[in-house]
Design a binder for this molecule. Structure first.
Ligand SMILES: Cc1cc2nc3c(=O)[nH]c(=O)nc-3n(C[C@H](O)[C@H](O)[C@H](O)COP(=O)(O)OP(=O)(O)OC[C@H]3O[C@@H](n4cnc5c(N)ncnc54)[C@H](O)[C@@H]3O)c2cc1C
Length: 306
């Protein structure tokens, strides 16, 4: 219930104005967000890489409503990729991209062209792009864009959300050789007609999807902080005889950092999803929704004098 309320709040512009104008302590934002600029994000990336982790940079911003904003988002990604290359981090830092930030809701073709430019820059820099998954209404368009992009940029990664009833089928479609697929639970408020509602049903779907991806020919990217699902993924990797270079774990910046280092110390590839930028509101609210205990942390920080 609380989780659904928070997920709905992520889309409320009235609440966004309220939170942004509140004396929000920097601590709340800093825990989950690496900074406002690409420069700060690269400093945080370097620290994670020094700890044996790899990174996916996420420039915050979504649901862009004007062409100008979409062009700015594309250019910001191009700039960030140039910095990644110049810093010599291309082998350990990729980028995650939301098509809605690139203009998907204005014009799907425009978003595709922007994503194509980012994929080309990523390839030139020696790294790759993963297309984030958003609300279920955009799933078909995002997967179609993915298939088009993969014709020229086969390393482009997909994200599938275990809470969607359709996702087992999508996992089958995307489990071929060379296919990079991030499996996550899913973070948006979705109706029962398209998504499992109980945690148990979502977890069961996650395991079914994991079985398909781990037994397939592609490269599974297991994106969860859930200790039980991480243990099941480790078990499936052993069962399907995947070495540590044949799949990876992904966790979010600031969430269970001790688990990130534990998994990496065990020889696993562990990618940290590292968000940065000015537009942190919707992302932050979704992280609070992931774990209601975070609400107490946020409330304390927001009312502190710092
Ligand atoms: C790398 C990565 C990329 C993602 N990309 C997408 C995407 O493209 N599209 C999309 O819809 N969703 C995405 N998600 C979000 C995902 O769908 C979930 O909303 C989120 O990961 C919480 O689910 P969970 O699997 O961690 O399980 P949960 O059941 O939410 O959490 C399991 C346990 O993990 C810990 N935990 C989880 N979240 C937090 C937190 N914020 N703070 C502190 N502890 C926490 C708690 O101990 C909790 O009990 C991504 C997640 C990750 C890790």
């Amino acid at each position: 219930m609380l989780r659904s309320l928070f997920r709905a709040a992520a889309g409320s512009s009235r609440l966004e104005r309220l939170v942004e104008s509140a004396p929000v302590s920097k601590d709340v934002v800093r825990r989950f967000i690496a900074g406002r600029s690409a420069e700060e994000a690269l400093v945080a990336s370097r620290a994670l890489v020094d700890d044996g982790l790899v990174v996916s940079l996420d420039l915050l911003g979504e649901d862009t409503r004007t062409i100008e904003q979409a062009v700015t988002a594309r250019d910001d990604y191009l700039g960030a990729l140039g910095r990644v290359r110049d810093a010599g981090l291309s082998s350990v830092v990729e980028v995650s991209v939301k098509l809605s930030a690139l203009g998907q809701r204005i014009d799907e073709k425009l978003a595709y062209e922007h994503a194509r430019a980012i994929c080309a820059a990523a390839e030139e820099a020696g790294t790759a792009v993963t297309l984030d998954a958003e609300e279920h209404g955009s799933t078909d368009a995002t997967l179609e864009t993915l298939l088009e992009l993969r014709k020229d940029f086969p390393a482009t990664g997909a994200v599938l959300q275990a809470y969607l009833r359709r996702t087992e089928g999508d996992c089958r479609e995307l489990s071929a050789a060379g296919s990079r697929v991030r499996l996550c639970k899913g973070s948006y408020a979705e109706p029962e007609s398209v998504a499992f509602q109980s945690s148990l049903d979502v977890d069961k779907s996650f395991v079914r999807c994991l079985n398909i991806l781990m037994s397939g020919e592609g490269y599974p990217m297991v994106a969860t902080h859930d200790a039980r699902l991480i243990a099941i993924a480790e078990d499936r990797a052993r069962w399907f005889d995947r070495s540590t270079g044949e799949f990876e774990f992904q966790l979010m910046y600031g969430v269970r950092p001790e688990e990130q280092t534990r998994l990496a110390a065990g020889g696993n590839t562990v990618r940290v999803y590292l968000p940065y930028g000015e537009h942190w509101y919707a992302y932050l609210v979704r992280r609070l929704a992931d774990r209601p205990a975070n609400v107490g942390f946020a409330a304390r920080a927001m009312t502190s004098k710092k």
